[in-house]
Design a protein around this ligand. Structure first.
Ligand SMILES: [Zn+2]
Length: 137
């Protein structure tokens, strides 16, 4: 059996294209609903609170706090073996939305709950994935 070593890239949708365009310029874009003022992430066609399609984009500050995390040291899919160890986390953006991401530029043992982090983009096959690193003090 052949090992699948190709890493996945994001599947874009018409309503998430703007998000991925933003990442190419180093911008973390999130949506907000013009009707009920909800802040929305991940990109959607309709507001999850009021179902309005009247959505707009704004640039997030890129600052966040680690809500929870888990570090993989072994036993991951073969395509990710070369990246071990790595830390997958949920971070809460300053704007009030939660993102699943990776914590980078930090030893796994130094990642902490509530840690201040900031966005950094890592390129993979033309996509710029929003990861987070410890924030500068
Ligand atoms: Zn809404």
């Amino acid at each position: 059996m052949e090992m699948d070593t190709k890493k996945p890239v994001p599947e874009t949708q018409p309503w998430s294209e703007k998000f991925w365009e933003g990442t190419k310029e180093g911008k973390l874009l999130i949506q907000n609903c013009k009707d009920c003022k909800s802040v929305i992430f991940y990109p959607r066609k309709f507001c999850p609170e009021c179902w309005s399609g009247n959505l707009d984009w704004k640039e997030a500050s890129g600052k966040a706090k680690v809500m929870t995390f888990s570090t993989a040291y072994a036993a991951v899919e073969p395509k990710f073996m070369d990246e071990l160890p790595y830390t997958v986390a949920y971070v809460d953006l300053e704007e009030g939305v939660r993102m699943m991401t990776r914590i980078v530029e930090c030893k796994p043992e130094d990642v902490q709950f509530g840690m201040d982090v900031e966005v950094v983009f890592h390129e993979r096959e033309g996509f710029f994935l929003p990861y987070f690193k410890p924030a500068k003090k």
